[in-house]
Design a protein around this ligand. Sequence first.
Ligand code: SAM
Length: 265
Amino acid sequence: MTVATDWNPALYTRFEDERTRPARDLLARCRLAPGTGRSRILDLGCGPGNSTELLAERFPDADITGIDTSEAMLRAARERLPRCRFERGDIASVDGEGLFDLVYANASLQWVLGHETLIPRLLRLVAPGGLFAAQIPDNLADPNQTQMRRIAAETPFAAVLGGQSEGREEIGSSGAYYDLLRPGSAEVDVWTTIYEHPMEDGGAITRWFRSTGLKPFVDPLDEDLRALFLERYTAAMESAYPARVDGRRLLTFRRLFMVARRAQA
Ligand SMILES: C[S@@+](CC[C@H](N)C(=O)[O-])C[C@H]1O[C@@H](n2cnc3c(N)ncnc32)[C@H](O)[C@@H]1O
């Protein structure tokens, strides 16, 4: 299954405050050792520049580069932060051994397969004493994800979608990521946070995932099938997330965090 359309910055930023909260929580644990020159920072899967903006505020003198595969996201990021550099690049093939003081990835690595080799390779982009920091959504087993797969397997969607994988990495335990990072690191911090986002209704949950996890399922559909898919998905969200006392639904969202300081050579 291929993703037929580019990412949509306007849809993605509809929940920007909620999406940027884990980026802030991750950054709060990133303490760069005082260095002699200008720090070099790489934001992997920078999106519309919301995570890059946090990096630029926290490290105003740093040389910051954001990379992303989406031209639309890169355009939005360049407009937002003219003083940073934004380049088209794939996380799967980014290189530059020891080039960066901080390699930061908020909510992007789930789209890159093969973490057993990817994570140690990304750590090697970091200079000795520098940091690799990532936050990865760990929600594939949650109803907001399982229901997409269930609906995709139903008639009439299965004929178009073919029941293939949506190209997201299965996230291992925090211990597994610790094991991947520890051999090249002086210290590793891994933790999980479960957020509970109050959402107006089931439709708001659909709008949240329309710009991310739902893309591989609904982008290949024509307009009528897409509307039908989203209608079924919204109904599924309304049964999976009960209305609270104020009528809102709490979107439970588990996220895995890791910060590793690369060992001195
Ligand atoms: C959920 S957004 C995260 C954006 C931002 N980092 C944030 O904190 O909200 C994921 C971004 O990763 C990008 N992306 C997905 N796969 C990628 C890859 N293989 N290489 C580079 N960027 C990728 C997407 O285009 C999208 O902009």
